[in-house]
Write a protein that binds this ligand. Structure first.
Ligand SMILES: Nc1ncnc2c1ncn2[C@@H]1O[C@H](COP(=O)(O)OP(=O)(O)OP(=O)(O)O)[C@@H](O)[C@H]1O
Length: 361
């Protein structure tokens, strides 16, 4: 959408606004969104479009501008540029249609979780049944405890409940699972998936890359107030995630240059996995090996090639503590595009561990 059409969306009349976002029009359109706090440029001309029914993830380092963007899109802070949300300017959107979980949220504490969700539900013309919402976030059993006595994770679950109690068309979740335990995170993930399946558009910011990779249809990476990449997680991983890799823990010992060369030669002649031309598998010129703080990293090896790496290590008489294989993830994309070191993701459904007892020789 160009600026003219975005502005005409902002100017849409009330009747249009009531139904906007239920058709094929984008639910959120931001163009050239800028926001400064004194000398600090929090948003430096952000373009963002969120389609109906999409779960849109926003990731980026601390201070990248994520919360500022959420605040600009929800009209809780002013910003330059053009913004249309459900066909209206952010501060003119029908609040019945929006759910917002801010990063910092301080509800009245002298209420129980049940009372709090009921209180927020009472602000809307139509709200979901309080018990059902409490169940959705895993708070049914603790619903009669005062908010001030709840743990951090229980508070966050309760806050998520207040954001979804009106069954919004568009839900902004700013770091919803911070401080929530793994079971609770799963509850929130399932809730987001159910809402999205029912047609709710979700704008999700998170530092949990596994969460975003699982939930988001598309992801934008914000760095220094600018979007540096946007796309489906799988596409971003294919483009920026690098190769699958095998971390070899040598218990702190290092190979000298001659040993590295011999190992590289042995790997070149071994079957370390299918060669992929698209950059997602083995590098075109075969696996490469590099030193790490703990030992070695072999890039471009598929799980079926792990045995060949073990054989190659055996050829040069190297003993290892453990092997950890990982395929590229959204975390790798994040770390590469933010210029951070990458660290392997171990475990999980996309990874496998092979623990050696000093090698199989
Ligand atoms: N109210 C404010 N006053 C002054 N500076 C602010 C204010 N809010 C945000 N900033 C600055 O704007 C920049 C972006 O902050 P923002 O909170 O949007 O980042 P973020 O990506 O959400 O970070 P985090 O991951 O830590 O939550 C930071 O440099 C921050 O210090």
């Amino acid at each position: 959408m160009n600026e003219t059409t975005a502005r005409s969306a902002v100017d849409a009349d009330a009747a249009d606004a009531d139904t906007a976002g239920t058709g094929d029009d984008p639910v959120v359109v931001g163009e050239g969104v800028r926001k400064s706090y004194g000398d600090v440029v929090a948003l430096d001309g952000v373009d963002v479009t969120v389609e109906p029914g999409e779960v849109f993830g926003l990731i980026g380092p601390n201070g990248a501008g994520k919360t500022t963007l959420v605040r600009a899109l929800t009209g809780t802070t002013d910003a330059e540029g053009s913004i249309a949300v459900l066909g209206s300017a952010p501060d003119a959107v029908d609040p019945q249609r929006i759910g917002l979980l801010p990063q910092s949220f301080d509800p009245p504490e002298r209420l129980t979780a049940r009372e709090l969700v009921g209180y927020y539900g009472g602000l809307y013309d139509e709200a979901r049944e309080v018990e059902a919402v409490l169940r959705d976030v895993g708070m049914a059993d603790d619903a009669d405890a005062w908010y001030e006595t709840l743990s951090g994770g229980q508070r966050r679950r309760t806050c998520v409940a207040t954001a979804v109690v009106n069954d919004p068309d568009l839900l902004f979740l700013d770091e919803p699972t911070t401080g929530i335990d793994p079971a609770g995170r799963r509850s929130i993930h399932r809730l987001v998936e159910r809402l999205a399946a029912a047609g709710t558009t979700v704008f999700l910011t998170s530092h949990a890359m596994d969460e975003v990779e699982r939930l988001a249809d598309r992801v934008a990476l914000l760095r220094g107030g600018s979007v540096v990449a946007v796309g489906a997680p799988a596409d971003l991983i294919a483009e920026h995630g690098g190769h699958p890799r095998l971390e070899v823990d040598l218990d702190g010992s290092r190979l000298d240059d001659a040993e590295m060369e011999t190992l590289a030669g042995a790997l070149e002649e071994s079957e370390t996995g299918a060669v992929a031309e698209d950059g997602t598998g083995t590098p075109a010129d075969g696996p490469t090996v590099e030193s790490t703080a703990d030992g070695l990293r072999v890039l471009g090896v598929r799980p079926e090639g792990i045995g060949a790496v073990v054989d190659a290590l055996g050829t040069i008489g190297v003993e290892f503590e453990s092997l950890t294989w990982a395929e590229p993830s959204l975390e790798d994309v994040y770390l590469r595009l933010t210029g951070e070191e990458y660290s392997p993701r171990a475990g999980g459904t996309a990874s496998g561990d092979v623990t050696g007892d000093g090698g199989d020789r």
